[in-house]
Design a protein around this ligand. Structure first.
Ligand SMILES: *Cc1c(COP(=O)(O)O)cnc(C)c1O
Length: 377
């Protein structure tokens, strides 16, 4: 039987047409008409005052750290169960990640543990919406407001998902999304910074354009452009934006299809959960996900590793996920934990992600479920 890959980047159909159109228009640098279309789409769909395309979610997080003026020794609260970029973006500015444990139902930062992790040097609270399942944003924003600490959403996996009906990425002062080829909507590499705090918009444009006021110049607001602040080059080429536009046009169909596969897994795995062989995800009712990841929890680390090896040798490419950052060499060097992280440590050793990509058939899902049934026995 052919192998069932873990992921296969989806092509919506018009990518090459749009790349050709952008190429022939001879506007190849950033911020042309495709970039503007993508940004307007993000502003409309997420409901944020300003979206800026970046070349990755990592870049958008780096911009967030710059915009919040994170300085050496400033502490930034975040989960340990996340991708390295969540932490690295702030460590690059001398920030100290303070790792907070996660909730067992969402695998997101546990809002009940945030308050006690805050200190006089806390500069930001960074939340991650794992698997496109929203964090408890109302409670988290309330803590931030009360203590005057901005909230940043790492919504890399969260595009078009919602918490209590509101799109992820629209809650915090800043949000970051990813269009990496492993995400729901993709342009190979790519991302965007979502700016919900309007006072940060103008400076974000400057940071992204090498520290110049080029954006104001293009709008005719200044008659020459010059170096006005620190900055770097965070904007993607029009070629990339053209590719991305083909994906954004199909975004709701893409999410629907992924949710369909997610539900197929969820239904088919109910008997294995009843038999006590594994646990299925149990996102809270407030979280409307985008079907980014389907995972199960095996009883312990040995069962997970054994099941994963058997699945892979049966040609079904399941995967584990993050090595917790607090246990990694760089995490130990640059960060610290806010108390013990028992949920993070257990989840990291028990979690197994199943193949989920558009183009998978009901037979593929059935094959993965059967393989899991025999592998987990
Ligand atoms: C994918 C991902 C990133 C990084 O996204 P890039 O676009 O590859 O930089 C950051 N955080 C999380 C939670 C992710 O899943």
């Amino acid at each position: 039987m052919p192998r069932l890959p873990f992921n296969r980047p989806y092509l919506a159909g018009r990518e090459i047409d749009y790349v050709r159109e952008a190429t022939l228009a001879r506007h190849l640098a950033g911020d042309g008409s495709f970039s503007r279309r993508c940004q307007a789409w993000l502003e409309r769909e997420v409901g944020c005052p300003k979206a800026l395309l970046t070349h990755s979610c990592t870049a958008a997080l780096e911009m967030a750290a710059l915009l919040l003026d994170v300085a050496p020794g400033d502490e930034v609260l975040m989960p340990s169960f996340t991708f390295v970029s969540t932490a690295n973006a702030f460590v690059l500015r001398g920030g100290v990640p303070v790792f907070v444990d996660i909730r067992p139902d969402t695998l997101n930062i546990d809002e009940a543990r945030i308050e006690s992790a805050l200190g006089p040097r806390t500069r930001a609270i960074v939340v991650v919406h794992y698997a496109g399942v929203g964090c408890a944003m109302d409670a988290i924003l309330e803590i931030g407001r009360r203590r005057g600490i901005p909230v940043v959403e790492d919504a890399a996996q969260g595009i078009l998902a919602r918490w209590r009906g509101q799109p992820l990425g629209s809650f915090g002062a800043l949000g970051a999304v990813s269009f990496h080829e492993t995400k729901n909507l993709q342009s190979g590499e790519g991302g965007a910074l979502l700016i919900n705090d309007p006072t940060l918009i103008e400076r974000a444009e400057v940071l992204r354009e090498k520290g110049t006021d080029r954006s104001r110049f293009i709008r005719g607001q200044v008659d020459k452009y010059t170096w006005v602040d620190v900055g770097s080059s965070y904007l993607p080429s029009e070629i990339l934006a053209a590719f991305l536009w083909a994906q954004l046009e199909q975004a709701s169909a893409i999410v629907e299809e992924r949710l369909g596969l997610w539900r197929m897994y969820h239904e088919a795995l109910a008997p294995l959960e009843q038999a006590g062989r594994l646990e299925r995800p149990r996102p809270p009712a407030e979280a409307e996900s985008n079907g980014h990841i389907y995972y199960v929890m095996l009883p312990d680390a040995a069962a997970r590793d054994r099941t994963l090896a058997r699945l892979v040798s049966a040609g079904v490419h399941a995967a584990f996920h993050y090595i917790p950052l607090h246990a990694s060499p760089a995490g130990r060097r640059f960060g610290r934990t806010a108390g013990p992280l028992p949920v993070t440590e257990a989840v990291a050793t028990r979690l197994l992600r199943l193949p989920l990509w558009i183009g998978m058939t009901a037979d593929d899902v059935a094959r993965a479920v059967e393989a899991l049934e025999s592998a987990s026995g």
